[in-house]
Design a binder for this molecule. Structure first.
Ligand code: F6P
Ligand code: MG
Length: 473
């Protein structure tokens, strides 16, 4: 009932949602068209050797069909057409979207009138169908190239983090007096959490608005930069998370992943720190998406690819030829270490790493349109799985929007209240840089002050919230 009464953000009334529909989505679609056109051009020049000339021809035809459908989609969006039912493409979650469209029953069911969260999830699910229906593009991720690009250009920040993590191997004092306030372990824990938090600022779907140099700035991870960044955390529950984590022994931690590339790398760094340098955690389970999602979200392939690329020294060298060999060695040892963690089970994906696009089992829920208040009701198997965890870390803006049901809450609403039926099911923390309007859990007066001084504080990605909710005993 709480959820039904909640006023949800709709596209038409709110500015950032509106910018999203008129500017960001069309740009994202145009980018896919140019990526595909490029692929088609290459195919015409020299088809892949594993395909017969007839198959190359067929693949080109299918590709052209996708490009046509994308142009149509863009056209429909611009003209505020009604959202059509998702075609059955054999993948998961067709029914949940179509059911909702039926329930809307002819009202609020077009691109500008639908609830923002629903329309945005629908867009990515619908896009998937265009590829899933084909023979030759079925496993194609139109966003892979852009994810690869940012990963390559993040090497400076990556090396910095790799060195910080590797240096811990040499330290003998890490566990000294760790329980006392301000201990070395506590400080490092906070730094690793902060790196994973700000790693979320690099979200490719926002690059439409953000300049490339801004991206590099956002990745500055030195101690001074961290201290400076801490000022932008409007609600900071890191201390509570630490109090909880340090009471664990060999526990399981889950990370509901957001973006591939640099953000994923910061998640892996945090995870490695937890399993390698603390007695609290022995297993980290990562939850990817199974269809290309909000441009930069992590797919199983992105996950294994990220680790493999670290081990391949030529990968970063090609992009930044000046990187010293010693630094490439550091990245390589990190890659090897993470492969070892995957073999020993210290790291694990929630679904097999080889899961094909579209079929995800325990990962299907993340690409529905549902807010997480509905998780207990809609996916009891996933709930049971998460309940075995001692901390579920939700990364990023979209996960936050779903945690708070994308509601127009008063900014001082307690986080626990916004979580509704999810509250207390398992200990959770959300690490989110603010890229959309919903926000809860702020101290009295904060929102009003920022509205005056920094009107874009809710959406610019420069501010953040760290929100923790414990398990209900
Ligand atoms: O466009 C909507 C949105 O949810 C934004 O709020 C955000 O920019 C992006 O998509 C996803 O961000 P993230 O990768 O942090 O979930
Ligand atoms: Mg994302």
């Amino acid at each position: 009932a709480e959820l039904l009464d909640l006023e949800i953000l709709s596209v038409a009334v709110h500015s950032f949602a509106y910018t999203t529909v008129v500017r960001r989505w069309p740009t994202i679609l145009t980018n896919i068209v140019s990526t595909l056109s490029n692929e088609l051009h290459l195919l015409t020049l020299h088809g892949p050797s594993d395909l017969s000339p007839q198959d190359v021809e067929a693949k080109i035809e299918e590709g052209k069909g996708i490009v046509r459908a994308l142009s149509e989609l863009k056209h429909d969006m611009g003209r505020n057409k009604v959202l059509h039912p998702i075609e059955d493409d054999g993948g998961a979650n067709v029914e949940c979207y179509n059911q909702h469209l039926k329930e809307l029953d002819g009202t609020d069911d077009s691109w500008f009138t639908a609830a923002w969260l629903f329309a945005e999830c629908y867009l990515y699910r619908d896009l998937r169908t265009l590829f899933a229906k084909t023979k030759f593009w079925n496993s194609y991720d139109p966003f892979f190239a852009s994810k690869e690009e940012t990963y390559k250009s993040s090497s400076a920040a990556m090396i910095h983090l790799a060195k910080s993590l590797m240096a811990l191997d040499e330290r003998k004092d890490l566990l000294n007096d760790w329980d006392s306030s301000g201990s070395v372990l506590e400080i490092i824990f906070l730094e690793m959490m902060q790196a994973a938090l700000w790693g979320n600022a690099t979200d490719l779907s926002l690059l439409v608005d953000l300049k490339y140099e801004d991206l590099q700035k956002l990745q500055s991870v030195g101690a001074a930069a961290q201290a400076e960044n801490a000022k932008y955390i409007l609600r900071n529950d890191f201390a509570k998370v630490w109090e909880h984590v340090k009471r664990q022994k060999d526990a399981r931690v889950d990370i509901v992943l957001d973006n591939a590339g640099f953000e994923l790398y910061t998640d892996l760094i945090l995870a490695d720190f937890l399993v390698s340098h603390t007695p609290f955690v022995s297993e980290v389970v990562f939850h990817p998406k199974t269809i290309p999602w909000f441009v930069s979200d992590t797919l199983p392939y992105d996950f294994t690819w990220a680790i493999e690329s670290l081990k391949d020294k030529s990968f970063f060298k090609k992009h930044a030829p000046g990187i010293p060999d010693a630094d490439l060695d550091t990245l390589q040892s990190l890659g090897k270490r993470w492969t070892r963690h995957m073999t020993t089970g210290a790291f694990r994906l929630s679904i097999p790493t080889s899961t094909p696009l579209g079929a995800g089992g325990l990962a299907d829920f993340w690409t529905t349109q549902h807010p997480y208040q509905l998780l207990p009701e809609r996916d009891p198997a996933l709930l049971a799985e998460l309940q075995t965890s001692e901390l579920v870390i939700f990364k990023g803006d979209l996960n936050y929007r779903k945690l708070v049901a994308d509601g127009k809450w008063a900014p001082t609403t307690p986080f626990e209240e916004a979580l509704g039926p999810l509250n207390g099911q398992f200990p959770l923390v959300s690490l989110r840089t603010n890229k959309a309007d919903p926000i809860v859990g702020l101290p009295e007066g904060t929102a009003e002050r920022l509205d005056e001084t920094t009107p874009d504080w809710r959406v610019s990605g420069k501010y953040a919230v760290v929100s923790y909710a414990p398990r209900r005993e």
